[in-house]
Write a protein that binds this ligand. Structure first.
Ligand code: SF4
Length: 386
């Protein structure tokens, strides 16, 4: 591989809205690693990386970016990473994964950078400040830097420390809040309380760091869905984060929660129950100015999105429309949505050919395997995305 000297480390995941960001790894895996619903990092050990290692990676990313720009001049694209430059790199197996990743980042030109892995606030404040300062000096073209953190870790930092981190270059933190209902946090071994979620969130907001809180519809199961929806919304009312992002629960057989589903102590919500849960959750959100998004493929209703308070009614209306669909139409929507064909309820009337195909598919699966078989068919389709 001619460019193999140029490579840097990247972790396994990033939030969906960071798909076009430069990914740099500050820590490896998750220091907690116990959440019952989480499929990531399970057999991997957490470790901090040294400042020198991280800086070396940042410098390598810079060198690759500069080489790609020089290549662009050679190919006649005047320093831009356009289709010609991108396909030259992506279609040539001699370029390393790191090269490809920087080429894609430059191609999309987002100027965004996401720092991996699960909980970078665990780094000492001065180390994080040093890394961020180096990153901003080395890549002055970066316009947004974001990372993941746990509330339990962020809450240990003072507002003053968080302000230093923000001033050094961190713009946004994504927190996996999931729920703020204490018995459910305990059941799921999240390692944090609702009160800590609120305190961590408020500190980050006070430090002027943009805050994105991930909520997990379905996490309460049929046993605790009401409390989950209400308590989570109440916590968010106190935090008023910049973003609330929905990422629905899925339970593939390799996560710890699967055992509880199997032995009957946790009962999964159906899609129609999830619609009720979302309605309660959104109805309880008030006094906030957050933007809510459902930009995850595992969510039933992607259109439930908007900014509070103005779009609250619009979001509730999307849920109402779903609930008012005749049973047969609702099933066609679910199969279309879960199969990745539909993104909106309006898609039901957008393309008659697709609609007919989905209708026939529902009929076929139902005639062969009955209602239960159809539910399993839908579940299997969603689980492909995990
Ligand atoms: S803190 Fe996040 S990454 Fe770690 S186990 Fe929990 S959900 Fe997974």
């Amino acid at each position: 591989m001619i460019q193999s000297r140029f490579s840097f480390e990247q972790g396994p995941i990033r939030p969906p809205n960071e798909a076009r960001s430069l990914l740099l790894r500050l820590t490896r895996n998750c220091p907690w690693n116990q959440c019952q619903f989480c499929p990531v990092y399970k057999k991997r050990k957490f470790s901090l990386r040294t400042i020198d290692e991280i800086k070396e990676d940042i410098q390598t990313a810079r060198d690759i970016a500069d080489e790609i720009k020089a290549l662009s001049w050679k190919l006649g694209s005047v320093g831009r990473v356009d289709d010609k430059v991108a396909s030259h790199i992506l279609n040539n197996s001699q370029y390393s994964e790191s090269y490809r990743s920087i080429a894609v980042w430059l191609y999309y030109g987002t100027g965004a950078c996401f720092l991996q892995d699960a909980d970078n606030m665990i780094m000492k404040t001065e180390d994080l400040v040093e890394v961020l300062t180096f990153l901003r000096e080395t890549f002055p073209e970066i316009i947004r830097v974001t990372t993941y953190s746990r509330s339990r870790t962020a809450v240990r930092k003072s507002v003053e420390s968080l302000k230093k981190i923000h001033t050094a270059g961190l713009d946004r933190v994504h927190i996996g809040l999931e729920t703020a209902y204490d018995p459910l946090l305990k059941l799921m071994k999240k390692g944090v309380t609702g009160a800590q979620h609120v305190e961590a969130g408020r500190k980050l907001v006070e430090a002027d760091i943009e805050l994105s809180e991930y909520v997990m519809p379905g996490l309460g199961g049929q046993e605790m869905w009401r409390e989950h929806a209400k308590e989570t919304a109440r916590a968010l009312n106190q935090i008023n984060p910049h973003f609330i992002r929905l990422r629905s629960l899925r339970v593939p057989n390799h996560i710890p929660l699967y055992q509880k589903v199997k032995d009957g102590t946790f009962t999964l919500q159906t899609d129609d129950m999830l619609a009720d849960e979302m309605k309660l959750f959104i109805s309880t959100l008030d006094q906030i100015t957050s933007t809510l998004t459902s930009d995850h493929i595992m969510n039933l209703l992607e259109e439930v999105s908007g900014k509070f308070p103005d779009d609250k009614e619009k979001m509730l209306e999307v849920i109402r429309r779903y609930q008012e669909l005749p049973d047969a139409e609702r099933m066609i929507y679910r199969v279309g949505r879960r199969g990745g064909t539909y993104r909106s309820i309006d898609d039901l009337t957008g393309d008659p050919v697709t609609y007919e195909k989905l209708k026939n598919l529902v009929h076929e699966v139902k005639s062969k395997d009955g209602d239960q078989g159809l539910e399993k068919f839908i579940t299997d389709m969603v689980d492909r995305y995990i």
